[in-house]
Write a new protein. Structure first.
Length: 208
């Protein structure tokens, strides 16, 4: 799914960007719906999916410019137990809450080296997205879908990234329609249908 692209190459004019901006108002709600920020550790684990090279662990003090985050006791606990999965996820969560997505990437990545977890990998994708590395965000979501093709969060988020960052409305719609095919009674069905409607409507306006 991550390789889906529009059938024709489209030049995004100011009008199309304006329409996309209107869609993003809908996605602003959607981002809080499934593309959540900090993930909570899951008890279940899955086989590790192949991925690209990940950032190395931080050296020295990664919180030099973030005194409020550094005061979080989770980081003190990590000094004594640097490979604790739950603490690493909590550290990533704290960095995301503080607005430092790049530092969050480091901690989520370290957690995933300890144990594979789809929710944490989705949070890693979120952190990459927030940090501006769109391709890596999509790669992490693709890794989740390789192991679990029906993962609703990964399907939803792939659509969000494809629309917002790749300007790929067809790819986004395909992801969301696949989600609804697998989960016809998904608790957020109405919101997903509304997003599909908005994107298709915007495309019709552009064509018109």
């Amino acid at each position: 799914m991550e390789n889906q692209t529009p059938s024709a190459k489209v030049e995004w004019t100011s009008t199309k960007v304006y329409i996309l901006g209107a869609i993003c108002l809908v996605l602003g709600i959607a981002l809080g719906l499934l593309f959540h920020g900090p993930a909570q550790p899951s008890a279940a684990s899955a086989p590790i999916a192949a991925g690209q090279q990940t950032p190395t662990a931080p050296t020295g003090n990664p919180h030099a410019g973030l005194p409020k985050v550094a005061d979080d006791p989770v980081f003190q606990k990590l000094k004594a137990d640097p490979n604790n999965f739950d603490l690493l996820v909590q550290a990533g969560n704290a960095e995301m809450k503080a607005g430092d997505a790049k530092s969050a990437v480091i901690y989520y990545d370290r957690a995933l080296k300890v144990k594979e977890d789809s929710d944490v990998r989705i949070s890693l994708a979120n952190a990459y997205y927030r940090a501006g590395d769109v391709d890596r965000s999509l790669a992490e979501l693709a890794a989740v879908l390789k192991v679990d093709p029906k993962n609703d969060k990964a399907l939803f988020n792939t659509g969000v990234v494809r629309l917002n960052a790749k300007k790929d409305p067809k790819g986004a719609i395909a992801c969301w329609e696949t989600l609804l095919k697998y989960y016809p009674n998904h608790p957020h069905k109405d919101q997903v249908l509304e997003m599909i409607k908005q994107v298709k409507s915007a495309g019709a306006k552009v064509q018109g």
